[in-house]
Design a protein around this ligand. Structure first.
Ligand code: ADP
Ligand code: MG
Length: 667
C-alpha cells in the first residue's frame, strides 16, 4: 500500500518521505529508529564531568542568539529546574529561538559544567519528564521532516488494520519461538515500554529479516543444484597458458588461482555461479577478460554489465586495449542509453545474429528487447548492486549462461560464505607489484589550514582532488559538513585558479555522468561529493582525497573511497578530517588491505557499512546486523532451508509469496 494512504500524510510530507526512501506503508513501519534515548531525569548535584545529563524545566529568560563565522550560531538562556536555575547553550538551533518563550516546558540533553553552571545541550525537546524513565525512538530524518512527524506517521500507520504489513515468518516458527505477531513487535520497537520488551521485539524482527533473506539465498542455491546442465566447453589449457605468458605483466598468484577456478567452471559440467572478490586495483578485469575470451572462442557470446554507463564505458576502453594482446580477434561493442534508437536496433540485430562476441553495458543488457544468439557468459561488475532478484532474471528469460560476479567489497570469508551462500567464491587478496601505497593523514578540524596547503601543493603539480562530505545540504538534526558548504569554502580558497564542482546522489544520473566526464578530462580540478563516487570511477590524475567528518563513515566505505586515488604513478594522499573516533580512523592509517579493514569493521560495528548504502540492494538489512546477530542468522539459515525443502508447505501463501518475490524483479 502506498504511504500516501496513511492519514495525515499530504503531498508535501509524501515528497519528504520519498526523499528518505519511504514509499509504501511497509517502508514506513520498518523505518526503524537508529537509536533510542533513555530519558530519565539526572540529578545535577551528582553528575560527573563528561556524563550525559537530562533535565527538564521552564525557560526563564529570552534566548540570546549569537552568530559566528562559517554559519555557526548559538543560543543562550536560563532554565529553572527542580535542582535550581542553570544556564543552557545550544549550537546551530537558531530556528528554535521563537519557540523557546519564557515559561515553556522543555527537556534538555547535554553536558553539565558545574563550575560555570551551564549545560551545553546537544538536543532540546519540548515537554516534561515523568518520574519514571522513558525510552524514546530517534529516527533518521531530513530537513522539513522531524522526528516528531515521523513518530506520528508511524504510529498512525500502526493503528491501521495491518493487512498491508507482510509477515514473513511461517506460523510453525512463530509458535516454536513464541514470537509475538509482527504488528505487536513493530509497535514495541517504535514505542518501547521497557528495554526488555524492546530486545524481544528486535530479535523477532531481525529473525524475520534474516529468514526471508536466507530463504532467497537457499532457494537460488537449490535451483542451481538442479540445473546441472551448464555449458561444457572444450578448451585446451595450453591456450590459457599461452595468453598468460604474453600478457604485459606477470599475474599474481591469486589471479592465477582465480583463472584456474574459472577455467574449471567453464569446461566443467555444472553451471558457473562464481563471485570474484578483490580490492579495487587488484586486477579483476584481466581475469574476467580471459573468462570472456575463452567463452567466445568456444562459440558463445559474453556480456559484461556495469552499474553505471560511465563504468561501462571505462570497461569498454580497458578491455579493447587488453584484447589487443590476445591471439584471436573478437568483435566487441558498447551499448549506451545515449545511443539513438537506430544505433541500438543495429546492435540488437547483430547480437541476435551472433556478430557481436562481447557486449558491454549496464543492466539494459538483460532487458526485454535484447536477444542473444548464444549467450554463454555474463560478467557483472560490482556485484552488490545487482540484487538477488536480478540474479534470477536471467534464468526466467530462459538463458542459462555461466555467471561471474565481480565485487570490490572485501568481506571476511565466514560472512561471504553465508550471504553469498549460493555462489562459489574466488578471492584476489594480493595486489600487483609496484603499487605506491597511499599515504593517509589524520587531521583535526582546526588543522584545516594545513589541509588546504596540502591541497594547494597537489593542485600546483597539476593533480586533481576529491573532497568528500557526509551530507548534501544542512539538516536540522546535525552539524555535519555539507557538500554545499564545502563548495563555498573551496571556492574561497581555490576558486580563482581552479574549477570546482559538485556531484551527489540526488542529481539525475545523466547530470552525474556529465560531471564525472568533466572531471575525468581534467576540466574540473576539485570535485566535491557525497559517497556517490564510491563505485569504480577511474581518474588516474586524481592523487588526493580529503574526507570531512571521517568518523561518520564506516571503515569499509573509507577504504572504498580512498581506492579512488592511488591509481596513477605518483604518490597519492588521503586526508581524514575528524575530531572524534581517532582510534578507529588510525586503522586506516596503518593498513591498505581491504580484507583486514573489513575484518576490523566487522569487529567494531557488526556488519559495518559493507552493505550500508541504499544501492546495495538486497544486502542492506534494516534491523539485522550480520555480526551481532550471527546466531540469529545461522538459525534463520537452517530454518529457511528446512522450510524450503519441506514440500508439505508448498501451497502455503507465504511460501508462494517468498518465491515470487525472487522471480519478480522488483528493484
Ligand atoms: P580491479 O578491476 O580489480 O579494480 P583492474 O583489473 O582494473 O583492477 O587492474 C588495475 C590495474 O592493474 C590495471 O591497469 C591492470 O592492467 C593492472 N594489473 C592487473 N593485474 C596486474 C598484474 N598482475 N601486474 C601488474 N599490473 C596489473
Ligand atoms: Mg574494476
Amino acid at each position: 500500500m502506498d504511504v500516501s494512504k496513511v492519514k495525515g500524510i499530504g503531498p508535501k510530507s509524501l515528497l519528504l518521505l520519498n526523499k528518505i526512501g519511504i514509499y509504501t506503508l511497509d517502508d514506513l513501519v520498518t523505518h526503524y529508529p537508529f537509536r533510542y534515548d533513555i530519558l530519565k531525569r539526572s540529578n545535577l548535584q551528582e553528575v560527573l564531568p563528561e556524563e550525559k545529563v537530562i533535565i527538564d524545566g521552564k525557560v526563564e529568560s529570552i534566548p540570546i542568539l549569537l552568530r559566528f563565522k562559517a554559519g555557526l550560531n548559538k543560543l543562550n538562556f536560563r532554565l529553572v529546574t527542580a535542582s535550581g536555575v542553570v544556564g543552557v547553550s545550544i549550537f546551530n538551533r537558531a530556528f528554535m529561538k521563537n519557540n523557546l518563550t519564557i515559561g515553556t516546558n522543555i527537556i534538555v540533553i547535554g553536558k553539565f559544567d558545574r563550575q560555570k553552571n551551564i549545560i551545553t545541550a546537544s538536543d532540546i525537546k519540548f515537554g516534561s519528564l515523568n518520574n519514571q524513565e522513558k525510552i524514546e525512538a530517534v529516527y533518521h530524518c531530513t530537513s522539513g521532516l522531524t522526528n516528531k512527524n515521523l513518530t506520528t506517521y508511524i504510529n498512525t500507520a500502526l493503528l491501521m488494520n495491518g493487512k498491508d504489513i507482510t509477515d514473513y515468518i511461517p506460523a510453525y516458527y512463530q509458535e516454536k519461538y513464541q514470537f509475538s505477531n509482527k504488528k505487536t513487535a513493530l509497535n514495541i520497537v517504535h514505542n518501547p515500554p521497557t528495554l526488555e520488551k524492546l530486545k524481544e521485539a528486535q530479535i523477532r524482527l531481525k529473525y524475520e529479516e534474516l529468514f526471508s533473506f536466507m530463504f532467497k539465498i537457499n532457494y537460488l542455491k537449490e535451483s542451481h543444484k538442479k540445473e546441472a546442465t551448464g555449458i561444457e566447453r572444450k578448451i585446451d589449457s595450453k591456450i590459457v597458458d599461452d595468453i598468460v605468458k604474453k600478457l604485459p605483466f606477470e599475474l599474481t598468484n591469486d589471479q592465477k588461482k582465480a583463472i584456474d577456478e574459472i577455467y574449471k567452471d567453464l569446461t566443467g559440467k555444472s553451471r558457473m555461479n562464481r563471485l570474484l572478490q578483490g580490492d579495487v586495483g587488484s586486477g579483476k578485469t584481466i581475469v574476467s577478460v580471459l573468462a570472456m575470451y575463452l567463452n567466445c572462442i568456444s562459440g558463445y557470446q559474453s556480456a559484461l554489465m556495469a552499474p553505471t554507463e560511465i563504468l561501462a564505458t571505462q570497461h569498454y576502453n580497458n578491455i579493447c586495449e587488453l584484447l589487443h594482446s590476445f591471439p584471436q580477434d573478437l568483435s566487441i561493442e558498447l551499448l549506451k542509453g545515449s545511443q539513438t534508437k537506430k544505433e541500438k536496433q543495429e546492435i540488437y540485430q547483430r547480437l541476435e545474429n551472433g556478430e557481436i562476441d562481447i557486449i558491454i553495458g549496464t543492466h539494459a543488457l538483460i532487458q526485454e528487447e535484447v536477444h542473444y544468439k548464444s549467450l554463454g557468459l555474463v560478467v557483472t561488475d560490482e556485484q552488490h548492486r545487482f540484487g538477488v532478484n536480478q540474479r534470477a532474471l536471467l534464468n526466467t528469460k530462459g538463458m542459462m549462461p555461466d555467471i561471474l560476479y565481480m565485487s570490490a567489497t572485501p568481506i571476511p570469508r565466514t560472512y561471504a560464505l553465508t550471504i553469498y551462500g549460493d555462489m562459489d567464491v574466488s578471492i584476489i587478496r594480493e595486489m600487483p607489484e609496484g603499487r605506491i601505497p597511499i599515504q593517509t593523514y589524520l587531521k583535526k578540524e582546526d588543522e584545516i589550514k594545513e589541509v588546504l596547503e596540502l591541497m594547494n601543493e597537489e593542485l600546483k603539480e597539476k593533480h586533481q582532488i576529491y573532497v568528500i562530505a557526509p551530507l548534501i545540504e544542512e539538516s536540522e538534526n546535525s552539524d555535519l559538513t555539507t557538500v554545499l558548504a564545502l563548495r563555498d569554502k573551496m571556492n574561497l580558497a581555490f576558486g580563482s585558479k581552479y574549477k570546482i564542482d559538485i556531484v551527489h546522489g540526488k542529481m539525475a544520473s545523466a547530470a552525474k555522468d556529465l560531471i564525472m566526464q568533466e572531471f575525468k578530462q581534467n576540466n574540473i580540478q576539485i570535485l566535491i561529493s557525497t559517497t556517490v563516487i564510491e563505485v569504480g570511477v577511474d581518474v588516474p590524475n586524481a592523487s588526493m582525497m580529503v574526507i570531512f567528518d571521517a568518523h561518520r563513515f564506516g571503515l569499509s566505505t573509507l577504504h572504498q573511497l580512498r581506492g579512488r586515488v592511488g591509481r596513477g604513478n605518483v604518490q597519492s594522499k588521503c586526508v581524514l578530517i575528524s575530531n572524534s573516533d581517532t582510534k578507529r580512523l588510525e586503522i586506516m592509517q596503518n593498513t591498505t588491505d581491504g580484507f583486514e579493514i573489513s575484518e576490523e569493521d566487522f569487529k567494531l560495528r557488526g556488519h559495518g557499512d559493507l552493505f550500508g548504502t541504499k544501492q546495495s540492494g538486497d544486502m542492506s538489512f534494516k534491523i539485522a546486523n550480520l555480526k551481532q546477530d550471527f546466531k540469529i542468522l545461522m538459525q534463520a539459515k537452517k530454518d529457511s532451508l528446512d522450510y524450503l525443502l519441506d514440500t508439505k508447505n508448498d501451497k502455503e501463501p507465504l511460501k508462494i509469496q517468498l518465491i515470487e518475490s525472487i522471480n519478480h524483479t522488483a528493484d
